[in-house]
Write a protein that binds this ligand. Structure first.
Ligand code: ADP
Length: 484
């Protein structure tokens, strides 16, 4: 999988996201087209149903209890039949008549196929529907019927919960002229125009629904698909980013491990080589006869071996923490006393680095419950780092403060500081700030120290924070639960 993690990973991820985006788009586009057709069909059906109901309601007075009447006028067949009349009204003459008997109503429907001579006759165009007596066309009733038709249509449209702009075209049944003042180009440019429907049985006018734009309604209907598609894309993107970051971190980790190994080898070899040279010199130069030089060489060897020991301890401590062999003890522990001892033991290092420590113990003791060995290592690490990275003449301020629930221990230096981008990362294992980014020059280290410090502090129920500014210095603050 090496090829995946290196050169091709990013292009592959971008390619995958682009392809999945394009597929989603194509799929949504298909859905949009299909939904557009469906919306038009639904609107047509809405107007057709309203026309059927409106026609029925216009003739039902007087026939309310008649099931057969109802079944007939509300049947789709009748609707198709009467719609066919409307559609064919220029081609044929037709006529409805009915007769009441004591037990039934007879509806006669007649078609009149006019001959050439009759072309132009008014009679040919008018479809009549009569109950018993010829029905008198009443404008007022027609207006009421039209209003009912309109409200039936809009009641249905309102159910979509989408505010759809609509117009209505009312045309003369016989001459097809728009009589309600709707501009013809509104119909021409509309996204949807329904067929013309008669809304009562007088066939005086036709009703037509005009919708200027339906895309909004289509998108509204597709909203769940759109949202889920966006979510899917976002999720895919997020997963890819997560995986890439993971890969990136793993690469950094692998690099850090590699440089740790070489650093460590160097760190271990230096004291061994120094001690070897010192011993060789002692033997070759018969330094037993020169006690001052001998003592000097032995001193060097002792301090190198001490350094070696500390290094090994560091690695072992981390190993133990990793393998859960760290039974941290919980003893009453005087933080100030420990700080005093650690500072005392570092006088030589401080002197070599021309560094100074400002440390003012408080009168009241600061007790925590913790493991003395590990906490001593923690303090040692932080002061050692301040000396190591602070540069010649660094001033280190160590202070301890008792708060209501916690003990706050601060290690502040006026060294080179740590850039904001590295402030979290310095606590990662093996992480060392790349040389050249700050004033730190080639200081030896393993990248284990702060990781160990953080682990111990957290295992003791505390936390560590870092505030630092490049060029001004760093302040590592430890908070440990106070022992009451
Ligand atoms: P090591 O010191 O072995 O490299 P640490 O985990 O102790 O590992 O430190 C990690 C990095 O944090 C160091 O490499 C150093 O760059 C930076 N650092 C730690 N303490 C300080 C400090 N007081 N001032 C500036 N940089 C620091």
């Amino acid at each position: 999988m090496k090829w995946l993690s290196n050169r091709y990973a990013y292009p592959l991820v971008i390619f995958a996201i682009l392809i999945s985006g394009a597929l989603q788009f194509a799929w949504l586009n298909q859905l949009f087209i299909a939904q557009r057709v469906q919306v038009k069909l639904d609107l047509e059906q809405t107007v057709a149903d309203a026309a059927k109901m409106s026609s029925y309601m216009s003739v039902v007075p007087g026939h309310e209890g008649n099931e057969n009447f109802r079944n007939f006028f509300l049947s789709p067949e009748w609707r198709q039949f009467s719609q066919a009349y409307t559609n064919m009204r220029y081609k044929i003459g037709s006529r409805f008549d009915d007769h009441y008997n004591a037990d039934s109503t007879i509806l006669n429907i007649s078609l009149r196929f006019g001959n050439e001579k009759e072309r132009g006759s008014q009679h040919r165009r008018v479809v009549r529907f009569d109950f018993g007596e010829p029905l008198r066309v009443s404008q007022a009733k027609d207006r009421r019927d039209r209003k009912r038709m309109d409200s039936l249509v809009h009641r249905e449209i309102d159910k979509t919960e989408f505010s759809l702009t609509t117009y209505t075209a009312i045309r003369g049944y016989a001459d097809d002229n728009i009589i309600n003042g709707l501009a013809a180009d509104k119909i021409k440019n509309a996204a949807f125009t329904s067929r013309q429907y008669t809304y009562d049985l007088k066939f005086f006018h036709t009703y037509q629904l005009v919708v200027p734009a339906i895309d909004g309604l289509v998108l509204y209907r597709m909203r769940y698909y759109l949202i889920s598609s966006c979510l899917m894309l976002l999720l895919t993107g997020a997963v890819f980013i997560f995986i890439l970051r993971l890969m990136h971190n793993q690469r950094l980790y692998a690099q850090a491990r590699l440089s740790f190994t070489s650093n460590m080898t160097h760190e271990l070899k230096t004291p061994v080589a120094t001690v070897a040279i010192a011993l060789e010199s002692i033997m070759e130069n018969h330094l037993e006869n020169d006690p001052v030089t001998l003592r000097n060489y032995l001193e060097i060897s002792r301090s190198e071996l001490k350094r070696l020991n500390l290094m090994i301890d560091k690695v072992l401590n981390i190993e133990q923490l990793d393998h859960g062999q760290d039974r941290l003890r919980a003893e009453l522990f005087d933080v100030q006393l420990c700080l005093q001892e650690v500072i005392g033991s570092m006088q030589l290092q401080l002197k070599n680095a021309s560094a100074s420590i400002q440390w003012q113990p408080l009168d009241e003791p600061c007790f925590v419950s913790g493991d003395p060995v590990h906490l001593t290592n923690v303090f040692y690490n932080l002061i050692e780092n301040a000396i190591k990275y602070g540069g010649k003449g660094v001033i280190i301020e160590v202070s301890c403060k008792r708060m209501s629930e916690e003990i706050m221990i601060s290690f502040k230096d006026n060294g080179p500081g740590i850039a904001a981008i590295y402030q979290d990362r310095v606590f990662e294992r093996y992480f060392r700030i790349p040389v050249g980014t700050t004033a730190i020059h080639n200081v030896k280290g393993t990248g284990l120290g702060l990781n160990y410090v953080k682990q111990i502090v957290e295992k003791q129920g505390g936390r560590i924070t870092l505030s630092s500014e490049v060029g001004k210095g760093s302040n590592f603050i430890i908070y440990l639960p106070a022992n009451k």
